[in-house]
Design a binder for this molecule. Sequence first.
Ligand code: NAD
Length: 426
Amino acid sequence: MSQVKNTKPGEHKHCQCQDTQNHFLERAFESLKLEAAQRELLLAPFRETIVSIPLLTRRAEGGNLHTFMGYRVQHNHARGPFKGGLRFHPSVNLGEVRALAQLMTWKTALVDIPFGGAKGGIAVDTNTLSHHELEILTKRFVQKMELVFGVHHDIPAPDIGTNPQVMAWILEEYSKTHGYTPAIVTGKPVELGGSAGRLEATGHGVAYLTGKMASEISLGIDNASVVIQGFGNVGFHSAQGLAAMDARIIALSDARSGVVCDKGINIEQAQRHVAKTGWLENLPGTEPVNNAELLELPCDILIPAAVEATINCDNAEAIKARLVIEAANIPVTHLADATLRERGITIVPDLLANAGGVLTSYYEWVQNLQEFPWDYDTVLRRLEQRLGRVYEQVRDLAQQHNTDLRTAAYELAIDRVNKAVALRGF
Ligand code: NAD
């Protein structure tokens, strides 16, 4: 099994996430001239909840009874209810969840939706559980988190290892005690009040911004070569959106393996292969490549769409792309970020690049509260309009302050949260 450098489950990755986030924030704090006390307040999480979930399993390692750890970190709700995904992955831990919760605060502020930031998850390898066991695990997690969740308190959504089915179980469990409550969770199946377009929203936004960014740096998207790490919800829909713009997707990977084909990979065929075999491995018409090699392939556009810190000190000098689009959260460490910038590689930061997901989650929540569904075209048109506008604000501020897109995005977001905190009083 191929491994990404420095990203074995649980191995210092959460430290890298927090370190990275802190460095990025420091640049923006300096530029905004925030005092130490303000910085401290903005960094502090509002509440951290840890639960244990015992489960009798047939397949999980360690015998029949297994105790899983679940987390929810609520970072800041000055601008609205806490909002953020739930991740089911073996490497989930408090440090990682804390860093990702904080990132959600800045992301919701950047796209200017009335939410704060949160994140959660369970440390579990879902491949070791049956469908039924996963349902029980999810519902027990909701039972224990019921007090911190709420339509106007904290609204979860999908992330790595979770999907519309998991969101449906959350809705069901929460509704048992609160009555039918679709607005408690976003990313649900459309049949249960999910929004048209939510499933593809994050990847659609990634593809849309990639096209916009490519034209800004005079890189024609038509036939541009694209490498994507991660072929889950975000990776697949990003690939599909870019293929529709006639970009050439030359390499893809998942947690196990990668595949490469210079002529371009047929995305629908790759998806059918994964649906049938579980992995990209042995995709007809492609050559194998491991995750470390994949990131260093010569290409125009590199899209990390898997886990954190995959672009780090070990490989930053070897990245050959002109454009890095952070579809994943925190995929580039701060040291790698500095190296890439020095080498003239443009980075579209996570809080902007993958914000289409939370933006459409907001649209879903609004539709649920109003009990008035929008059609697919309306959702995607609003998504593109908002993302495009936010991108232009970030670009203009970056030019004005002679800084990079990430620092400008953080400046915009932090300023909004800081003002909301001050207005509400201490
Ligand atoms: P997913 O579970 O649907 O897919 C994850 C993909 O990454 C899978 O192909 C998996 O095999 C692969 N992967 C896992 N570990 C890997 C590793 N170590 N190396 C290479 N590949 C690995 O998850 P997703 O929803 O597509 O999320 C991907 C990223 O996008 C995450 O960073 C997530 O936080 C971020 N994100 C997701 C959403 C959303 O709406 N789902 C929104 C914003 C950001």
